[in-house]
Write a protein that binds this ligand. Structure first.
Ligand code: ADP
Ligand code: MG
Length: 585
């Protein structure tokens, strides 16, 4: 971990040392005035007995105390300023690194991550580091340095009282540790209580129709009621327990209690003849300031722990291997897509694809069909290099996709996958995402080709309607927006995964028309569950358990009487009624 930590903080290392130095200076100068008061008292003491007072010494002490005050303010101010500057620089450089790294990761990484993961990195983790640099370092240095300096000074003056002054501190620390140890367990219980409660709530709310119909309301409602009661009971218990702990810590470290305690100890030491009255004074002044900073350390400690966790998660993210780039990238010669004896698995043990071979020519449509889980999406994702094959090769224009530079590859291959991603912005900007410089005319042309233009015009604000705001789209409509987006970029190769999966018959016909338009000059690879949508495609590859089991045109495959012929017969039997009139692939 430590070498990774160096990596993060390397650009600001000297500034961090500066912050620590300034905080130390602030801590030392913060103690000086207290020591000055003690020394002043000691110097003035002879006056009580009518003796001579060393005036030069008095003035020297006053000057030193005032100077220390000023230096202390200056140090605190400067270190706070430096901390915030460093923090801004660190955050900027971290965010830039995260974004740069995101661009270099294999697209497959995003398959299993939500935007929440990325957001956590960019927002929460960076913020946790901000807390560390901008606040916690200074607080921690002060919280440790002040008690240490005070203790050392007290021991040089009167060791018995120094020892006594340490006692509340030790007591508070022990209590704190005890409290925290129970806290971890309690927090786990708290999270599990929340989980159970939300489970019961979801069951209660979602199942209400079913539950009502089958007369199960009593049971589900009881579970919800019991979980709620348990939760309330737990929270109440926890609050009472921790309130008790907090009160004890607060009491033991409160100035009045500490002062009374120190006065008592001091009085006892003086009456026993162990200490001079004047030597008790520093113990009273400084002993009072020992515990405060340490209690504050508890909060800073939380920041430190968060920062450490954040740093580990950021380091783990930045250590993810980027997509390997070829040393001398190749430019595809043409737009044939060839899958040659490809095997692939998401992990070492489980092969998902076995020895797949298929050749897709420009101007043709190749369809992948097969049961759910047969590997269709996986195969489709190998073309835009979401993942790298384990064996064999995927090539575009005879160049292995691993040898093509990423920008070139993304220019060549457009893809529309199952999980339609629309941003919460205008429809126009959603379509324009693939080519930000496209004119409104071009956006509209793409939308027409994707059969979504008319639907968009039905929104009051048309292309300016904002997704999720005043533009609510069905699954099929949303998919056609992403098809328009892919079309606008005008890639020579297009990969479409289950483009008709959500579609109602109307939009299915529309997507059919859109697909035919797409295929004109392109190499198209589609995955479709509704077999009638691919009747007219140039070739169909049938997948079964990650193997290519049949390949040919619709007519050929039906005539062959194999697996596809059976799928087709089943499909017709099940879908004959729901099939829209007059639509033939
Ligand atoms: P299809 O699209 O034909 O339904 P997929 O290509 O999605 O099939 O899945 C093929 C197999 O790979 C399935 O067993 C699935 O569980 C597995 N799989 C799909 N995506 C991932 C992933 N990101 N990580 C691990 N396994 C996956
Ligand atoms: Mg799939």
């Amino acid at each position: 971990m430590s070498d990774r930590a160096e990596d993060f903080f390397a650009p600001v290392r000297s500034s961090l040392a500066g912050i620590v130095g300034l905080s130390l200076l602030g801590a030392v100068t913060g103690v000086v005035p207290f020591v000055a008061v003690v020394e002043l008292a000691r110097t003035l003491l002879p006056a009580l007995d009518g003796g001579a007072v060393d005036e030069r010494r008095v003035w020297a002490i006053v000057v030193i105390a005032v100077a220390a005050l000023f230096v202390g303010f200056a140090a605190a101010f400067t270190s706070a300023m430096v901390a915030h500057l460093v923090d801004a620089r660190l955050q900027l450089s971290l965010r830039q690194r995260i974004v740069r790294h995101l661009q270099r990761l294999p697209l497959g990484w995003f398959d299993t991550r939500t935007s929440g993961t990325v957001r956590k990195l960019v927002e929460n983790d960076v913020t946790a580091l901000h807390q560390l640099v901008a606040h916690a370092i200074q607080d921690v240095v002060t919280a440790i340095a002040v008690p240490v300096i005070c203790t050392v000074y007290l021991f040089t003056v009167q060791w018995q009282l120094a020892l006594a002054a340490l006692l509340p501190l030790v007591f508070a620390m022990v209590l704190y540790v005890l409290m925290m140890r129970g806290g971890v367990e309690k927090y786990r219980q708290y999270e599990s209580a929340i989980e159970r409660l939300s489970g019961a709530t979801v069951e209660f709310v979602h199942g209400i129709a079913v539950v009502k119909r089958f007369g199960q309301l009593g049971r589900s409602h009881r579970r919800y009621r019991d979980e709620t009661r348990d939760y309330v009971h737990f929270i109440g218990q926890w609050t009472r327990d921790s309130a008790a702990w907090f009160s004890v810590v607060e009491m033991v470290t409160s100035p009045v209690v500490v002062l009374v305690y120190l006065v008592a100890v001091g009085a006892w030491l003086v009456s026993a003849g162990t200490a001079e009255p004047i030597d008790v004074l520093p113990g009273l002044l400084l002993g009072l300031g020992l515990t405060g900073p340490v209690v504050k350390l508890g909060t800073s400690g939380q920041f430190l722990r968060n920062a450490t966790k954040a740093q580990q998660s950021l380091a783990g993210f930045l250590a993810l291997p980027p997509v390997p780039q070829a040393a001398s990238p190749r430019v595809p010669a043409g737009h044939d897509v060839d899958v040659e004896d490809v095997s692939f698995g998401y992990d070492e043990e489980h092969r998902v694809l076995h020895d797949i071979a298929v050749a897709c020519r420009p101007g043709t449509v190749t369809a992948l069909v097969g049961a759910s889980g047969s590997g269709k999406s996986t195969l489709a994702k190998l073309v835009p290099r979401f993942y790298d094959v384990s064996q064999g090769r995927v090539s575009i224009g005879d160049a292995d996709v691993r040898e093509i530079s990423s920008p070139e590859l993304y220019r060549s291959v457009g893809f529309v996958f199952q999980d339609v991603q629309l941003l919460r912005t205008s429809l126009r900007d959603n379509i324009r995402l693939s080519r930000p410089d496209a004119t409104d005319d071009e956006v509209e042309r793409a939308a027409r080709a994707a059969q979504i233009h008319d639907r968009i015009l039905r929104f009051d604000r048309g292309y300016d309607a904002v997704v999720g705001d005043d533009a609510n789209l069905s699954g099929g409509e949303a998919q056609r927006v992403t098809i328009a987006r892919a079309l606008l970029a005008d890639p020579p190769i297009l990969v479409l995964d289950e483009a008709t999966a959500f579609a109602d018959p109307d939009s299915e016909a529309a997507i059919q028309a859109a697909l035919s338009a797409l295929a004109a000059e392109r190499t198209v690879l589609v995955i479709a569950h509704r077999l009638h949508t691919i009747v007219g495609v140039d070739q169909i590859l049938v997948l079964d358990g990650g193997r290519g089991v049949e390949r040919g045109s619709h007519t050929e495959l039906v005539a062959a009487g194999g697996r596809f012929a059976r799928m087709w017969a089943d499909y017709q039997a099940n879908h004959a009624r729901s099939r829209p009139e007059g639509v033939h692939g």
